[in-house]
Design a binder for this molecule. Structure first.
Ligand code: F1X
Length: 394
């Protein structure tokens, strides 16, 4: 099943986002993807076969039309019936184009092909460098001051650290530092955090699904938040949804989650305590790692398969992290930014919260005056990552 294209919009749907000339989506297709091919090439000494395949991919996305995966590519059959082959990359739904680009990149690098390169994460050099950064040591040691904070401040600090972790710093220092989180709050265009904590403040905690986004500097605060939900009995269990294979450069896989656990337990003080508790939670089944092929599908969550819908329907709350998950949650369309978040997520089987830094055009659930103020700034508030939102739909 494929995202309805621009021509097939229902009358009550906004136009699907495509790579219109001059748009953010177009800049991703024309600039970020070619640049990423070169970054991947520089980071790992791939042999001539992969080099030739990368050259062909670069030519296809810049000069050509969308070509199907080679028939010999493992899993090509799942992509065989897509309706966009032969079209220009900017002319098809941006969500589809971006997702298929990453699938073709892994094909070019023989990620799925039995042999020496099978399962080698092309983005590992970038992820490993982020996780090894000494900057994280300072961030993690700032966690030592967390237990002294009042419980509500702990809630706020860890929720905001998870939210802003999307911007490659953990945000823990912000909570303990002089400037505090106040420095970030102006960037918060919607804040439904009170509703989020209300949903979790129940006598008998249930399962919380946390749909992860990026590894390293984002996944670390996500894991600290998961530990906090477990230790403060807001969650009986946390189901951490991860990508089944490398995706969108930084998206977290199981290997990345385990690397973060190691980073926590190898730290000192509170961070190490959190790491130990999370390892125990995993072995006791209270922290469950889950993945599903749909997390790398080019479709909105409205098209999720039944087994994934069941996971979310049994959860007290599902927390969707990051920009791509938001685009898939609300549908990657040119919605009026004031359309209620509850309206565009009405299909979701249970309570859902989005923790998202705005890094692409789609926006929903903004108050009219907030939208007016943001547009009046003349800043690229939708795509610069300087603004964020916490939205809840029950
Ligand atoms: O989901 P994340 O990691 O927060 O952000 C992913 C993302 O913002 O990066 C792309 C641009 O490079 C966007 O198209 C996409 O939504």
């Amino acid at each position: 099943m494929t995202l309805p294209g621009p021509a097939s919009d229902d009358h009550d749907h906004a136009p699907v986002i495509v790579g219109t000339a001059g748009s953010f989506a177009r800049s991703v297709l024309d600039e970020r993807h070619p640049a990423l091919i070169e970054r991947v090439r520089q980071a790992t000494p791939y042999p001539p076969e992969q080099q030739r395949a990368l050259d062909a991919l670069l030519e296809e996305i810049t000069e050509g039309v969308i070509e199907p995966l080679d028939e010999a590519e493992p899993g090509a059959g799942q992509w065989r019936d897509e309706p966009h082959y032969g079209q220009r990359w900017p002319d098809v739904p941006f969500l589809w184009a971006e997702s298929f680009f990453y699938r073709k990149l892994l094909a070019a690098l023989r990620y799925f092909t039995p042999g020496p390169w099978q399962g080698v994460d092309p983005f590992a050099p970038f992820k490993n460098a982020e996780l090894a950064s000494s900057k994280l040591d300072d961030e993690l040691s700032a966690l030592d001051r967390l237990p002294q904070l009042p419980s509500e401040e702990q809630d706020r600090t860890l929720l905001h650290s998870s939210l802003w972790g999307n911007r490659a710093d953990l945000g823990f220092q912000l909570s303990a530092g002089a400037e505090g989180l106040g420095a970030r709050v102006p960037g918060l265009v919607v804040d439904d955090s009170a509703e989020l904590w209300r949903i979790l403040a129940v006598a008998r905690p249930g399962m919380v699904c946390l749909v992860a986004d990026n590894a390293g500097p984002e996944l670390l605060p996500d894991l600290v938040l998961a530990d906090h939900l477990l230790t403060t009995r807001r969650a009986a269990s946390v189901m951490l949804h991860l990508k089944p294979y490398p995706y969108y450069v930084s998206d977290a896989t199981t290997a990345d989650a385990l690397a973060c656990l190691d980073r926590l337990t190898a730290a000192s003080g509170h961070a190490a305590d959190v790491g130990k508790r999370l390892r125990q939670a995993m072995t006791s089944g209270r922290l469950i790692l889950r993945t599903h092929p749909f997390f790398c599908a080019p479709l909105p969550y409205a098209f999720m398969p039944d087994d994934l819908r069941r996971d979310f329907s049994t959860a007290r709350l599902t927390i969707m992290k990051g920009d791509l998950n938001y685009r898939r949650l609300v549908g990657d369309r040119h919605w009026p930014a004031t359309i209620p978040f509850t309206e565009v997520t009405a299909y979701f089987p249970a309570a859902v919260a989005a923790l998202r830094t705005l890094k692409s055009d789609v926006a929903t659930g903004l108050a009219p005056h907030a939208l007016e103020q943001l547009d009046a700034t003349g800043e690229a508030w939708r795509t610069s990552g300087t603004h964020a939102l916490i939205q809840v739909s029950v």
